[in-house]
Ligand binder design. Structure first.
Ligand SMILES: [Zn+2]
Ligand SMILES: [Zn+2]
Length: 611
């Protein structure tokens, strides 16, 4: 299947759901799954666009996208059964929704974040408030399309930041310096209720929020701000238990560790980061959860004193046999892993063991990179958005946000991983061109690209490698792309125009566009989606690859220790070190040159293609 044609299926979830469930519950229960989807359709989630239809026109009631249909090899009876279900769903939706609502759904601005992964369902919303992503088997309010958000105290729902600079994201703002409800305290909470949990689908979930903590945000009460999951049974009527995690440590640590002395003063140290945890519902009776963020004891400075949440996500994750600590992650079974080459494996999940011809948003969660544990670096990173104000591939301005399910597609050819990428960031960005001169007046625009990158599956050390000197005057690394993050966006060396230090000129996800209109990172892309929230508790996850095929990891080497400062296993001038579990690997070094890689440790592939 070709990609980059811009006319492919637009998927507003529901299906990804199906993929996940099919993995989790085996094909025999497919009928139950289809019924579940039908229910989803009734509450207004299952919206898709058939191939060939123009962007922006959704087909109501479509239950499975063509890609997934193909994989299922439906027999004629099943195909007829699904067609009948779709007919029912479509008719019900037609009756339930007003013409205005249908218009809203087709024009709604969907969210950023890992919700575009292989297994997350996204609630479109045109109303103020953070976007909410929920995994497949969940519903948000049986009788109401909008995620129910409950706000108490000194929290505001609405636009985050200056629309001229950051695109007017919506979300909630925790005010640590304003007593908005005049109760004499600086405190508040925002909660989302998620119904329809079923133990048959599994009891493990991941809960995340995308947050930006301004420099002046401060709370004095221990344990706050915090994320809480409360459990209910009997359709949410009976409260059972709750678990919480404080964001405070991660927040303060990020402020220290990700701060860059050379950073843009306008931005301070505030960047977008994921916070969250994984949990298991404590009792099988749990059918409803309430996700909350709350704070008490606000003591912020008058300026820049807010914490912003732009996205809330919950998704089911595969079951594990026993209760594990919160940080534990689901692993595929060993017998399901089919070797590809090097550290790469295909997780067959009990199905066919033949390698798929391609990996995209529907199956990226099954492409495994093996270290001391299986990682799924591309899950949640294959789809993105072509945003209003970007340029399309012809160089024309984009008028309306368009979902791009296949922003990244991966295949394996010989001893190479072939990544086709449109280089579209799947996270918030600054507004470019930067007319307000908020960054440095960057005149460039983010453009939809058509790249093919080839990475060796078994990277080899180059005996003649050299690292950059202080200003890269030895040209150890070229200008332009030197590697690619797991979301398909390219890494550059630390300089613009040959010698200009680029590190202070970046937006709050650490990127900006080049004169070639390509968005790129010069330092640790803090917004990258990773299999687990990187809160410095263990060795950071993989976030990309240099063009020599060696992996690039996040900043942490072990609990609380940055690789940058590690004494036992120090990084060399290439920003690389070696360990038995990962082999030679690079680390990003926040605040420290060379920030991403210091040179190619290995042999680079000659075949790379831009534009
Ligand atoms: Zn640059
Ligand atoms: Zn390491």
């Amino acid at each position: 299947m070709p990609d980059n044609d811009g006319s492919r299926t637009i998927i507003l979830e529901g299906f990804q759901v199906s993929t996940m469930q099919i993995r989790g519950i085996s094909i025999k229960r497919f009928v139950a799954l289809a019924l579940f989807c039908a229910f989803s359709a009734v509450v207004g989630y299952v919206l898709a666009q058939p191939p060939g239809a123009g962007p922006g026109r959704f087909e109501l009631g479509r239950l499975l996208p063509p890609g997934i249909r193909d994989q299922l090899n439906l027999d004629p009876d099943q195909a007829r059964g699904i067609a009948a279900l779709e007919q029912v769903a479509r008719e019900k939706l037609e009756r339930i929704l007003t013409p205005e609502q249908k218009l809203i759904l087709s024009n709604s601005r969907p969210p950023f974040g890992p919700g575009r992964g292989s297994d997350i369902q996204v609630r479109p919303s045109n109303k103020p408030g953070p976007t909410l992503s929920v995994g497949a088997p969940l519903t948000v309010n049986k009788n109401n399309d909008e995620p129910k958000i409950e706000i108490k105290g000194d929290i505001i729902e609405g636009v985050l930041g200056d629309i001229a600079r950051e695109g007017g994201m919506r979300g909630v703002r925790l005010l640590s310096a304003v007593d908005r409800n005049t109760d004499g305290q600086h405190a508040g909470s925002a909660s989302w209720t998620i119904e329809g949990l079923k133990p048959s689908v599994g009891r493990w979930y991941s809960f995340r929020v995308r947050a930006l903590v301004q420099d002046g945000f401060k709370v004095e009460k221990a344990g706050f701000p915090r994320l809480t999951v409360s459990f209910f049974r009997d359709n949410g009527t009976i409260s059972l238990d709750q678990i919480s995690k404080s964001m405070s440590d991660a927040m303060l640590r990020d402020r220290d560790n990700l701060k860059d002395e050379g950073t843009n003063k306008n931005l301070g140290a505030a960047t977008w980061r994921w916070h969250g945890f994984e949990f298991r519902t404590p009792f099988p009776e749990v059918d409803t959860v309430k996700l909350s963020i709350s704070f008490e004891g606000g003591a912020g400075a008058p300026q820049e004193s807010e914490l912003w949440i732009s996205e809330v996500a919950i998704r089911p994750i595969p079951d594990r046999s026993a209760v594990e600590p919160i940080q534990a992650r689901p692993f595929p079974a060993k017998e399901d892993l089919v070797p590809i080459a090097g550290r790469w494996y295909y997780d067959s999940a009990g199905g066919s063991r033949s390698l798929p011809t391609r990996f995209d948003h529907t199956n990226a969660g099954r492409l495994v990179y093996m270290t001391d544990k299986p990682e799924t670096p591309f899950a949640g990173n294959m789809s993105s958005w072509l945003r209003r104000g970007y340029l399309d591939q012809k160089g024309q301005p984009v008028e309306q946000d368009q979902y791009v399910p296949e922003a990244v597609v991966i295949s394996f050819e010989g001893k190479q991983l072939v990544m086709r990428s449109r280089n579209l960031p799947n996270h918030p960005t600054g507004v470019f061109p930067d007319r307000s001169r908020w960054l440095d007046g960057n005149p460039n625009i983010i453009r939809d690209q058509s790249y093919t990158w080839r990475l060796p599956l078994e990277p080899k050390e180059n005996p003649r490698h050299i690292a950059m000197d202080e200003r890269n005057s030895n040209r150890a690394l070229p200008m332009g792309p030197i590697g690619v993050a797991t979301n398909g966006v390219v890494f550059f060396n630390p300089f613009d125009h040959g010698t200009v230090d680029a590190v202070w000129r970046l937006d709050r996800c650490c990127g900006h566009p080049s004169p070639g209109q390509e968005y790129h990172y010069h330092k640790y892309p803090v917004c990258i989606n990773t299999p687990w929230v990187d809160d410095g508790a263990v060795h950071s996850p993989l976030i990309g690859f240099a063009f020599d095929g060696f992996p690039v990891y996040g900043p942490y080497e072990e609990a609380g220790k940055l690789a940058r400062d590690h004494v036992g296993n120090p990084l060399n001038a290439f920003n690389l070190h070696n360990d038995p579990a990962r082999g030679p690997h690079y680390h990003v070094t926040p605040g420290k040159y060379p920030h991403i890689i210091g040179g190619y440790w290995g042999v680079t592939e000659p075949q790379r293609r831009r534009g």
